[in-house]
Ligand binder design. Structure first.
Ligand code: ATP
Ligand code: MG
Ligand code: MG
Length: 392
């Protein structure tokens, strides 16, 4: 079976899992990234990949010459050259316009506000006076955020009180543009992966719950267990309405953007039951790793199907419940959960082949499936404890 050739900007773990899906479908994937042995390149070393930055226009043009469709596994790419390539007829998904919008969290929010997507209030902070004004307007704490180049919470600073105002700017990368966000009093965090094909068809995966630790995704539970503990009762109607609203917010947000592929939509479930969108990722997402083992078609395979115009696969779960634990760099303890996983049924370990194990770096993940969420919890617990005994 012949497919059009795909080129991808970025060769990290998300690219690696796209590559795994591509390999099964005989889809040719050429990867552009600096290291010759990046996580994604390792799993298809026979293919000749490109060595260089996904921000280098020369390298991106070189990739464009070799493939029919270009996609991304990271949003921090050079979009000026992508726009130029698109204008010359190259197929790029999602569109460079969408990637540009998402690269700047503040622009992303201004765009979403136009489509009545519920958001935390935000305020542009081009100078110190504006940061102080945010304190007056939002109260404390509030979140000061880098507009661009943010990941794993690295562009965020919590301004806890007036005393923090003076040094707030210096806590974030020099020169990066900033904006402030009202503190979201959330009960929990939710996420939905939405896939849209070049044909316009949109499907979403089940709403999941994400648990962050130090602003880095730590655990994911699918499907989200809302309605339990929120009101003190297990109210089916209440939980169905929350999940339905979360799905709708995610789909509305994605249909406001152009281009095909999968998108990760991060949301807050507020203490008053409202859904507030946090941010969108224009690519496969950490909160969708579980789809490999738990859904009929993974986010990675559906991303390829979507950008190539192949029929989309079912986004439904094929198991009752699933959980995912990120393996984050933690010195000697990094792989302790992986050792335990060998002895726990329903687990699948994914390691990313990263050579350098820095603290907090995403080194792998473990997906757990089970016949109930209780079973998933029971299976996950020893692994979570091995990583951090305080987390029981
Ligand atoms: P990612 O790795 O998902 O791209 P990021 O660096 O872009 O992360 P955000 O998603 O903006 O960062 O924030 C990281 C986490 O910080 C969120 O998942 C949430 O837990 C917390 N957070 C972000 N914004 C707010 C807010 N306005 N109020 C309260 N908590 C927030
Ligand atoms: Mg982000
Ligand atoms: Mg985020």
């Amino acid at each position: 079976m012949e497919h059009r050739k795909v080129g991808i900007l970025g060769g990290g773990q998300l690219g690696r899992m796209v590559q795994e899906a591509a390999s099964r479908l005989n889809i040719s994937l050429t990867i552009l990234d600096e290291p010759a042995d990046s996580p994604a390149k390792q799993v298809n070393a026979f293919q000749s990949h490109l060595q260089g930055s996904f921000k280098d226009p020369v390298k991106i043009r070189e990739l464009a010459q070799q493939v029919d469709v270009i996609t991304v596994e990271i949003e921090h790419v050079d979009t000026a050259v992508l726009k130029e390539l698109e204008a010359s007829g190259k197929s790029i998904h999602p569109t460079p316009a969408t990637i540009t919008l998402i690269q700047d969290k503040y622009l992303q929010k201004q765009h979403l506000a136009k489509y009545q997507i519920p958001l935390a209030d935000s305020l542009d902070c081009p100078n110190q006076e504006a940061i102080e004004k945010a304190g007056q307007e939002f109260g404390y704490p509030f979140m000061l955020k880098a507009k661009t180049m943010a990941y794993d919470g690295k562009g965020n600073y919590v301004v806890k009180s007036q005393d923090d105002l003076k040094d707030a700017r210096s806590k974030l990368a020099p020169g990066v543009p900033l904006y402030a966000e009202r503190w979201a009093k959330f009960d929990r965090e939710l996420a939905v992966m939405v896939v849209r094909s070049v044909t316009g068809e949109v499907r979403s995966y089940p709403v999941v719950e994400t648990v962050h630790k130090n602003s880095i995704c730590h655990l994911v539970f699918a499907p989200a267990q809302v309605g339990r503990g929120l009101t003190g009762t297990s109210d089916e109607t209440f939980s169905t309405s929350i999940l339905e609203r979360a799905r709708k917010v995610a789909e509305n947000a994605i249909t406001s953007l152009s281009g095909a592929g999968v998108f990760g939509v991060e949301m807050f479930l507020m203490q008053d039951g409202q859904i507030v969108l946090n941010e969108i990722a224009p690519r496969p997402h950490n909160s969708g790793h579980y789809t490999i083992e738990a859904c009929h078609t993974s986010q990675y395979e559906n991303h390829l199907r979507a950008i190539l115009g192949l029929p989309l696969g079912s986004t439904a779960m094929k198991v009752q419940a699933s959980g995912m634990l990120n393996i984050l760099g933690a010195g000697d303890k990094t792989y302790e959960a992986c050792e335990l996983a060998y002895g726990i049924p329903g687990t699948t370990t994914h390691l990313y082949g990263k050579k350098e194990c820095k603290a907090g770096r995403k080194m792998g993940h473990i997906t757990v499936v089970g016949d109930s969420m209780q079973e998933v919890h029971d299976r996950l617990l020893p692994m979570v404890m091995a990583m951090d005994p305080k987390d029981e």
